[in-house]
Design a protein around this ligand. Structure first.
Ligand SMILES: C[S@@+](CC[C@H](N)C(=O)[O-])C[C@H]1O[C@@H](n2cnc3c(N)ncnc32)[C@H](O)[C@@H]1O
Length: 417
């Protein structure tokens, strides 16, 4: 049974009603009692304004990721030709649209929160300038270049465009940060850490013990009768170098030059840099998808959510699309708030929460059967991703008159109780 929504236990969720075409946005359905996650079917401007008045949310959002329209002038359809959304705002109109939303997102963020904005080259520089005024240029933490698709045969008179961009801002210098790492492959490990320690058998690399620049203090003094090379200083004081040598951490070359051993076992992995070429979009790979246009690779969200939030934190995506952010946040045990103004987006999210994603382009039962290791074909030929975790711990908010549109999908979620 879905939780009855007469509004009584939702006082913390809806702080006043908004009026969208005269009808208030209200909680329509909840999958569990006291669910703190929220999915809104509405224009995000009015929802962000509402959330700013909600004391349980304003100033408590740890992470915002948005993937708004890119001002391409295009119109987007799902893989089965349903209209999803239009991306028609251009120039100043687009910037005005973004400005109001970004200012509200800034207010919603916690002081140690972070904001990621996914864009392509059309507007990324304009939005960067906007963000510098709203968040402060000193809170700009970087721009990720993401490879969005495989190289293609480009017919235009320019280089093939395979990248898009993610702007990264902290609300303050104290924003949460957990460094992310790629796992070592054997090949990379052998290349980067080629040596084995004779005594301990430990794999390591050898790096200089000096660094550029002269120093007047101890690191510029003699060690073992040697001065640092000209124009350089020791990276450690001679005392410290002595201790390191005693511990077997210094390698002496045949002509008596010291180098420091850096052991593979102390490495946490390969730190992720700001070019991401391992998360090409789903629709560009032969893999599983909701069929929603511009659906992003969940790995992008996993990396961002793990880097800039902790379990239990609130993650907000007010351009939710197919719900990639919401599903990943849910799997990573974060609380979440999602908003989208497209009925197709909300429908896609509800299907995704119930069934997971489908093999790309495989809409026939026959194809699904070929994929049975990952998918289960049911009587009505809906492919259910067996690895999928049902998401029903949320409340759906919308104008009440839309309830019939979503009823069947909500009913399916109820079946999973
Ligand atoms: C690029 S798509 C997001 C795709 C999403 N990241 C995913 O992985 O599926 C942009 C979304 O923003 C939504 N959108 C555009 N304007 C909006 C508005 N004013 N309020 C709420 N959502 C909006 C569109 O309906 C569309 O679903």
């Amino acid at each position: 049974m879905a939780v009855s929504l007469n509004g009584t236990h939702h006082h913390a969720l809806v702080h006043g009603y908004s009026h969208h075409h005269g009808e208030p946005i209200a909680p329509l359905w909840s999958g569990t009692m006291n669910s703190e996650n929220r999915l809104y079917y509405a224009d995000n401007l009015e929802i962000l304004r509402l959330l700013c008045e909600d004391v349980s949310i304003a100033g408590n959002v740890r992470l915002v990721y948005i993937d708004p329209p890119y001002s391409t002038g295009g119109f987007f359809q799902t893989r089965d030709f349903q209209s999803a959304y239009s991306d028609h705002l251009r120039g100043d109109e687009y910037l005005d649209f973004m400005k109001h939303r970004l200012a509200l997102l800034y207010d919603l963020l916690a002081s140690d929160g972070s904001c990621f904005i996914h864009l392509d080259s059309t507007m990324v520089f304009h939005v960067k300038v906007l963000m510098d005024t709203i968040f402060g240029a000193s809170n700009f933490k970087g721009m990720i270049t993401r490879q969005k698709c495989k190289p293609k045969n480009y017919t235009r008179t320019t280089f093939g465009n395979i990248s898009d961009y993610i702007l990264f801002y902290g609300k303050s210098p104290t924003s949460i940060w957990h460094r992310s790492y790629y796992e070592w492959t054997d090949e990379k490990m052998y290349k980067e850490y080629p040596y084995i320690d004779e005594k301990t058998g430990k794999r390591h690399k050898r790096v200089p013990v000096h660094a550029p620049g002269t120093r007047n203090g101890k690191t510029g003094e003699e060690w073992r009768g040697m001065m640092p090379p000209q124009g350089k200083h020791w990276q450690y004081t001679p005392d410290k170098l002595e201790e390191m040598d005693k511990r077997g951490e210094i390698y002496w070359s045949s002509n008596g030059n010291p180098r420091r051993k850096v052991f593979f076992e102390d490495s946490k992995g390969i730190p992720v840099q700001d070019i991401w070429s391992d998360c090409i979009d789903i629709e560009n790979q032969n893999t599983i998808s909701t069929g929603y246009p511009t659906e992003k690779n969940p790995l992008i969200l996993q990396r961002i959510i793990e880097a800039c939030s902790n379990k239990g934190d609130i993650v907000l995506d007010c351009f939710a699309g197919s719900g990639t952010t919401l599903e990943v946040a849910s799997n990573l045990e974060r609380r979440w708030i999602g908003v989208d103004v497209s009925e197709t987006a909300i429908t896609t999210i509800l299907k995704r929460f119930g069934h997971g994603t489908k093999p790309l382009g495989d809409f026939t039962a026959k194809k699904v059967e070929e994929n049975t290791s990952l998918f289960e074909a049911t009587d009505n030929h809906i492919a259910i991703n067996k690895q999928h975790r049902i998401v029903r711990d949320f409340t759906l908010f919308s104008q009440p008159s839309y309830l019939p549109v979503f009823q069947t999908l909500l009913h399916q979620l109820d079946q999973h109780e």
